[in-house]
Design a protein around this ligand. Structure first.
Ligand SMILES: *Cc1c(COP(=O)(O)O)cnc(C)c1O
Length: 479
């Protein structure tokens, strides 16, 4: 094989054979993933043993490289699309978008400027418009951009907010976010060169919502000290508990105080597609900028984040640079060069997967899936509440629920409960049967389920809870 290896080419026949094999492996994975174990294990030593080598000067048969990769690489990665993958934020994904990504890569579409690929730019405009409409953003003036993920969308938002509100001098600028805000926001703020003392972490109340009183106190104090409050970062669906900050009240504070209102909806934004979710997200349309993360609950494969803004000019004014080698490709004003709206110049064609999957399944299918996820979490809550062994620590909210083993018969103290629940998670992970780890809420170690996979059944959840109970009893017996 590899007749034209010096041009990095395969023959047509070799390309077909390799491609068909890859598709066969993908289809097999989609078909059988539910019955695999979701948790991978492997130390650095194990992985070194499998993969560590010098870059080979000589060729290897393409098929045997592919087989090795399927066998050793893919099998040693967590299956985040598995029905019992409950932790962090799962990635349910879908096959149509998988093929879309494959096409985007295969045709190697440059999704930076209009002239390079008018159709790719147009599809990004079209799909961004779908999202603008869903979230009630101004459809004419509004805009946005697809990014690698929520982290990059938050970074894009905060640099835009700073540019619009502070201009060049941000030495006195201050921004506000809650103690439940996602860490990517702090990361973005520090990347942008703010000092730690320009960040106000506002405590949350007992329901994990940003305290409005404490926020207003902080803003007032900062003004008295001659500082420049400029931005509030709210969460619409915290990653920990799915909690939505009081968006309407926060939007009023932003308006009164002339602050930028950024909402991080990377986790929960997609709930807008369901009736109940939309109710919970009331006020999300008041944001100046909104992060959503299609590679989470819009069921897209990695990587795809998105930033929406009320006015697309804000992005353009923040990110446009005019190097001489790009002057021939400017295009007219309606033809968007997405490299002028964000960080990346060369960009992969992310819009295609959202476009193809929504066209194929219809938005209704997405609505149903999200509605199902919301209900599944509520049913899970009901099961836990009925049991004398479990305590619900934060109720089902946007498909997230936190709970701990706390049998009423045992009367364990806080320290013992922490230890027990930590051990339950360790046993579950060691069994590889479910991806279920702990988080910390109000100083308690709790188990957290994020139920955004439409293929997760109530039976899956019950099975996992039963397994947790069995492990709990084992641990208590051996204590
Ligand atoms: C996941 C998440 C992010 C970060 O998004 P990435 O896609 O992982 O970069 C930001 N905010 C929230 C609320 C999230 O859940």
């Amino acid at each position: 094989m590899t007749t034209n290896a010096h041009k990095l080419e395969l023959t047509k026949e070799e390309m077909r054979t390799l491609g068909y094999k890859a598709i066969d492996e993908l289809v097999e994975h989609f078909d059988t993933q539910n019955s695999k174990l979701p948790v991978a294990e492997g130390s650095r030593e194990d992985m070194d043993k499998l993969f560590l080598e010098d870059a080979p000067e000589e060729p290897t048969d393409a098929m045997s490289v592919l087989n090795f990769v399927v066998d050793k690489v893919m099998s040693n990665s967590n299956i985040v699309s598995h029905p019992k993958s409950y932790s962090f934020v799962p990635g349910p994904s879908n096959y149509v978008s998988t093929i879309a990504d494959t096409l985007a890569t295969g045709f190697n579409v440059f999704s930076g400027g209009w002239v390079a690929s008018p159709a790719a730019a147009e599809l990004e405009i079209v799909t961004i418009n779908w999202l603008l409409k869903l979230f009630g953003f101004p459809s004419k003036r509004g805009g946005g951009i697809f990014t690698s993920g929520g982290s990059m969308a938050n970074l894009t938002a905060i640099v835009t907010a700073r540019r619009i509100k502070c201009g060049e001098d941000f030495s006195k600028a201050v921004l506000y976010l809650s103690d439940q805000a996602h860490s990517s926001n702090i990361k973005a703020i520090t990347i942008l060169g703010f000092r730690r003392d320009q960040i106000r972490i506002i405590p949350t109340d007992l329901e994990f919502k940003m305290s409005l009183n404490k926020l207003q106190n902080a803003i007032a104090k900062d003004r008295l000290q001659g500082l420049q409050p400029f931005c509030i970062v709210a969460s619409s669906g915290t990653t920990n508990t799915g909690t939505v900050d009081p968006l309407l009240e926060l939007s009023k504070i932003c308006k009164k105080e002339k602050l930028w209102f950024h909402i991080d909806g990377a986790y929960g934004g997609a709930a807008i597609l369901a009736k109940n979710g939309k109710q919970l997200l009331k006020g999300i349309d008041k944001a100046d900028s909104l992060t959503v993360d299609p590679h989470k609950w819009f069921y897209q494969p990695y990587e795809m984040g998105c930033l929406l803004v009320r006015n697309s000019k804000w992005l353009k004014h923040t990110f446009t640079e005019k190097p001489e080698y790009l002057k021939d490709v400017e295009g007219n004003d309606s033809e968007i060069n997405f490299y002028d709206h964000g960080v990346q110049l060369t960009r992969r064609f992310r819009a295609l997967k959202l476009y193809m999957s929504v066209k194929t399944f219809g938005l209704k299918a997405f609505r149903k899936a999200i509605d199902y996820n919301l209900k599944l979490a509520e049913q899970t809550e009901a099961i836990l509440r009925k049991s004398s062994k479990w305590e619900v620590v934060s109720p089902a909210t946007l498909a997230v629920i936190n709970f701990r083993y706390n049998s009423i018969k045992l009367n364990l103290n806080e320290e013992e409960l922490d230890e027990l629940n930590q051990k339950i998670s360790e046993k579950i992970m060691a069994s590889r049967e479910a991806l279920l780890v702990t988080t910390i809420l109000q100083n308690q170690i709790v188990l957290r389920m994020c139920l955004i996979n439409p293929r997760t059944t109530l039976e899956d959840v019950k099975g996992t809870i039963n397994l947790c109970e069995k492990f709990a009893e084992d641990i208590l017996k051996n204590a």
